[in-house]
Write a protein of this length. Structure first.
Length: 143
């Protein structure tokens, strides 16, 4: 199944260690502001897919990795009613609800909670891909 979420406007907030982004649900109106926590790690060896290689004065490459953190507390979406970012299980934007109903409720093996968890995973995968495609810009200025 093709991911129905598109991620744009990635920005790195170094003070809060957050990546902010805009989430768009395919064929649904409106944009949703989101954020996810990240961790920076530095070292010579890495197996993470999101990285930028930096040459140092000793002639070897040191990698700065940008590792997204996914758990119930680290990916949130902006809720205008509460004027704060909330977890997907605390606040569900109308477009996300409609995506769950339109796409996932027709699949017999999904109950309501499974659909929410699957949507959460789909959004994370879309964010991860967007970060991987823009990691050079997000890590600009790191050394």
């Amino acid at each position: 199944m093709k991911n129905v979420f598109t991620i744009t406007d990635l920005r790195r907030d170094t003070t809060e260690e957050m990546i902010t982004f805009t989430l768009e649900v395919k064929d649904k109106p409106g944009l949703i502001q989101g954020q996810i926590k990240y961790e920076l790690k530095k070292g010579i060896e890495t197996e993470l897919s999101s990285f930028s290689g930096l040459n140092d004065s000793h002639g070897y490459t040191e990698f700065t990795t940008l590792d997204l953190i996914l758990d119930a507390e680290t990916m949130k979406f902006y809720c205008e009613s509460f004027d704060q970012y909330l977890r997907i299980d605390q606040y569900m934007n109308k477009a996300i609800k409609e995506a769950i109903l339109d796409v996932y409720s027709s699949i017999p093996e999904f109950d309501g909670w499974d659909a929410v968890c699957h949507v959460d995973q789909e959004i994370f995968e879309a964010v991860d891909e967007a970060v991987e495609n823009n990691v050079t810009e997000l890590l600009e200025g790191e050394s």
